[in-house]
Design a protein around this ligand. Structure first.
Ligand code: DHB
Length: 402
């Protein structure tokens, strides 16, 4: 017999092996089904459109968390179902409804913009499905449903520090310039109230449309008002467009100081923004240059898994959101609903941004807020970074400080 041909016996063994493997799959499949099967997480993000960078960052970080920590809880496989809402609230609502009714997800997560998070809140409440807001940042979002838990930040939380810094640094007259929707209004109000409290003056409050913003006419009004500084909020992904027009109108050479929340000097875009941002002071809860061992590990793993992409504050919101979900599921042995919601509340841990707490009462995140300066850092590839130089510890959203 030719020894290169497989013997009948070998073929038999092989065939039996295939049958055995198939049977094993069936058995483990049944076992999984008996144990409640797969745990599904519906992740809804703007993967296309003007806020696609948020979708890119959050989804990459969610994947990284699972790759590092495994995707099995209480013997059940956790499956993330990613859906693109393109930043359109009606789409977010429809996708959330389908994920709850058809896919029977245990958690709804993501939400790249405030209106998208708010659109889903009634579905979370009605179906008792925890909704983890990983990106959107208007203060009032957590009030829209008792099932909402937030791992991003709020604009009042990060704006207070900027207003305090301005008052201490001889900035007396300011103009505010914000994107005209929830987070922008929050930033404007917080900055104004604190500035007035500190004896400063707000000369004008300018609001720019969210869709296809043209900053030029607003920048002209800033120039005409001749303030000591202009305070700016634009959402993640819009900073480069704003800074380009700021430079084109010559405001970088006008003597008017530019201060902002860290949304403007977004780590994903900062190198593209370039030298016009040099020296700019901002306040925020995360910088890719945050000098902790936890962050260094996070940044290294993120950039290895996503070559050419820096993690920004949106990525950290997604990474921590996945942590809160997985630890919650571990505690409930895979159960969802109110049990999972309760297991998410009160979590305390070391995030790449620093120490954080999910406040059990407000379901909102408590975190450190940093004052940072844009610098070129020779020790870090001579790239531009938001270098932290001051910190406010354990800042609660001001609306939840009673
Ligand atoms: C929101 C979106 C952003 O991209 C951001 O940087 C801050 C807030 C929001 O829509 O809530």
């Amino acid at each position: 017999m030719n020894s290169t041909l497989p013997s009948k016996r070998k073929l038999m063994t092989c065939a039996l092996g295939v049958v055995a493997a198939a049977a094993a799959t069936l058995v483990s499949g049944t076992a999984l089904a008996q144990a409640g099967g797969t745990i599904k997480i519906g992740l809804i993000l703007p993967m296309t459109g003007a806020s696609a960078s948020t979708g890119r960052e959050v989804s990459a970080a969610v994947n990284l968390y699972l790759a590092q920590n495994g995707s099995t809880v209480a013997g059940k496989k956790v499956e993330v179902i990613l859906k693109d809402d393109a930043g359109v609230a009606d789409t977010t609502r429809r996708l959330a409804q389908e994920l709850v009714v058809n896919d029977k997800v245990t958690v709804l997560a993501g939400f790249g913009l405030t209106p998208l998070a708010v659109a889903v809140a009634p579905i979370a409440t009605q179906s008792k499905t925890p909704q983890v807001v990983m990106a959107a940042a208007t203060s009032s979002i957590v009030d829209a449903s008792p099932y909402i838990v937030r791992t991003s930040f709020t604009l009042p939380q990060v704006t207070l520090g900027m207003a305090e810094w301005a008052a201490k640094n001889k900035i007396k007259k300011v103009v505010t310039l914000v994107t005209d929707y929830g987070p922008g209004i929050d930033a404007e109000r917080t900055f104004k109230e604190r500035t007035l409290l500190n004896g400063g003056q707000v000369l004008a409050e300018l609001r720019v449309p969210l869709r296809n913003p043209d900053f030029a006419p607003f920048l002209q009004r800033v120039a005409d008002a001749k303030p000591d500084a202009v305070f700016v909020f634009v959402p993640s992904g819009f900073g480069a467009g704003f800074m380009k027009q700021f430079a084109e109108r010559g405001l970088d050479k006008s003597g008017i100081k530019l201060i902002a929340t860290g949304d403007v000097t977004d780590d994903e875009q900062l190198n593209d923004i370039g030298d016009v941002a040099m020296g700019m002071i901002t306040s925020h809860h995360y910088s890719v240059a945050h000098p902790s061992a936890t962050n260094k590990k996070f940044v290294e793993a993120f950039t290895k898994a996503n070559p050419g992409l820096r993690p920004n504050f949106m990525a950290v919101g997604g990474y921590d959101g996945m942590r809160v979900i997985m630890k919650g599921l571990e505690a409930t042995k895979g159960a969802g609903g109110e049990a999972l919601l309760n297991a998410m509340k009160g979590q305390v841990f070391e995030s790449p941004r620093g120490p954080v707490l999910i406040d059990a009462q407000s379901r909102d995140i408590v975190q450190d807020v940093y004052i940072r300066k844009v610098e070129r850092v020779p020790a870090m590839g001579n790239q531009l970074y938001n270098v932290e130089f001051d910190v406010q510890k354990a800042v609660k959203d001001p609306a939840k400080v009673k």
